[in-house]
Design a protein around this ligand. Structure first.
Ligand SMILES: Nc1ncnc2c1ncn2[C@@H]1O[C@H](COP(=O)(O)OP(=O)(O)O)[C@@H](O)[C@H]1O
Ligand SMILES: [Mg+2]
Length: 140
């Protein structure tokens, strides 16, 4: 299905293919990956969380095959300015009722380089928000 695509990254729960058109395909490796894809889709499209959508990697498509997400290539910058921006972003998530899991690296004791990117405006974008906790009206 993704014959001509190459793997751009891989984490604990998903393998990510570069589709070569500015988007990536995230395919679940395990059950946690399935729920991460679903979680990202629900959070990105939730009206309730619209104020924080600009900080989430854009999602184009979601289905049983996986999740199609916009590709972001600019790494996070470990500078004072960006660490300050990161701290502000984290409190914005919390103020909006979201627990932003996995954006802090316990190993490196800093913002997660694997789950964060910058966009063309230099804004912080979360590319892995599969583990974020939030009120989900769809869940029972
Ligand atoms: N939108 C994206 N653009 C570019 N690279 C990505 C994107 N999403 C994921 N990746 C790459 O794939 C890796 C694994 O994706 P991630 O969503 O973190 O999966 P996991 O849930 O397994 O941690 C990331 O660390 C990153 O290197
Ligand atoms: Mg990850």
């Amino acid at each position: 299905m993704v014959k001509s695509s190459k793997v751009i990254g891989s984490g604990r729960t998903r393998v990510v293919y570069d589709l070569g058109n500015g988007y990536v395909l995230k395919v679940a490796k395990n059950k946690a990956g399935v729920s991460s894809n679903k979680n990202e889709f629900l959070l990105f499209h939730s009206k309730e969380f619209a104020p924080i959508r600009q900080h989430l990697a854009e999602i184009k498509q979601y289905g049983s095959h996986g999740l199609v997400m916009k590709k972001y290539t600019q790494p996070f910058r470990m500078t004072k300015k960006y660490i300050q921006k990161f701290i502000e972003l984290r409190s914005k998530f919390k103020k909006n009722g979201i627990i932003p899991c996995d954006i802090w690296s316990r190993t490196h004791k800093g913002p997660s380089l694997t789950n964060l990117r910058l966009n063309h405006l230099g804004e912080i974008i979360v590319i892995d928000y599969g583990a974020f906790k939030f009120r989900d009206k769809h869940k029972k």
